[in-house]
Design a protein around this ligand. Structure first.
Ligand SMILES: Nc1ncnc2c1ncn2[C@@H]1O[C@H](COP(=O)(O)OP(=O)(O)O)[C@@H](O)[C@H]1O
Ligand SMILES: [Mg+2]
Length: 290
């Protein structure tokens, strides 16, 4: 175990292609598909032979364990409190796929959410050496825990659906991320678009708004269309690829997964300091009207 830890520390600091990538999945507004995407991305990556860890950061009401149809007895709190190691706290979901569940206990009583999140980021950095990718499913909005974890991540996927409220909240969250660290790698992902034209319209609008107000639009990861098969998959607690092999959404998820290959994501060489920095940078209220 000690040997593995030392090995990770060495590789994570460089641009080693084998260093685990830490990927955050966030949104301003709730119910836009973060958890469903996290689970299905993880499932497709695991099917492709990647070793994947999902982390449920939605501490109060996480539901990755429901989507993955597993108990998730231990989780984030046990790891952060120092009661269990990462290897002991994870729940195996299937070959190559583990879950660090939210398990409903909240952050340890003596810790604020941002301290808990910083501790979690530290534990992940030092113990995830056995995985290729870590996908962190965030709670909605600009919580302190979310900002701390985002600042420690190699890439942040910002989910929006084609609704004004979702776009406005995503702008507010993006602004907060830039305030925390302007060099963060953020990429927009549009979910539940009715057509490619609609997705492209949102992409252009979001790019123009963020360019005008913050001087820096996020990258673009692509889009997923509205697909009843995803709702069906959730209802049967199965990955999309098992619930409906024919749906084109599987290829769309694979295209997003391909963009998370090590060659497409730089390890943040400065990420060692970012969790502490973010704690001192308490999220302020921010939206596009300021
Ligand atoms: N592309 C999609 N097409 C159809 N339904 C979707 C799609 N993405 C998400 N959903 C539905 O939205 C619901 C909420 O998604 P969820 O991942 O729980 O949101 P969040 O984690 O952002 O709060 C899912 O249970 C699913 O039924
Ligand atoms: Mg969720």
């Amino acid at each position: 175990m000690t040997k593995r830890r030392l090995q990770f520390t060495r590789t994570a600091l460089g641009q080693d292609r084998t260093a685990p990538r830490l990927v955050s999945i966030l949104s301003g507004k709730g119910g836009v598909g973060k958890s469903v995407l996290t689970y299905n991305l993880a499932d497709r990556l695991a099917s492709a032979g990647k070793r994947v860890l999902m982390v449920d950061l939605d501490i109060g009401c996480g539901n990755l364990h429901i989507l993955a149809n597993t108990a998730g007895q231990f989780g984030v709190t046990h790891l952060v409190a120092g009661e269990l190691s990462l290897a002991e706290a994870v729940t195996p979901v299937r070959e190559h796929l583990d879950l660090l569940a939210a398990n409903g206990r909240g952050w340890p009583a003596e810790m604020s959410a941002s301290t808990g999140a910083a501790k979690l980021a530290h534990c992940l950095r030092s113990q995830v050496g056995v995985y290729d990718l870590v996908l962190v499913d965030h709670p909605s909005g600009k919580s302190e825990a979310s900002i701390v974890l985002a600042a420690a991540s190699d890439v942040n996927l910002l989910l929006v659906v084609p609704e004004l409220t979702s776009i406005a909240d995503a702008c507010g969250l993006y602004k907060q991320l830039l305030r925390t660290d302007r060099s963060l790698d953020c990429r927009l992902l549009i979910n539940r678009a009715e057509t490619d034209g609609e997705a492209e319209y949102i992409h252009q609008k979001f790019g123009a708004l963020t360019e005008r107000f913050y001087g820096r639009p996020p990258g673009y990861l692509g889009r997923l269309l509205e697909d009843g098969a995803l709702r069906q998959a959730v209802a049967t607690q199965a990955p999309l690829a098992a619930a409906d092999k024919e749906t084109p959404t599987i290829a769309d998820i694979d295209a997003i997964a391909a963009q998370l290959a090590p060659g497409n994501i730089r390890v943040r060489t400065s990420r060692l300091n970012h969790d502490e920095k973010a704690i001192n940078n308490v999220p302020a209220e921010a939206d596009i009207r300021e």
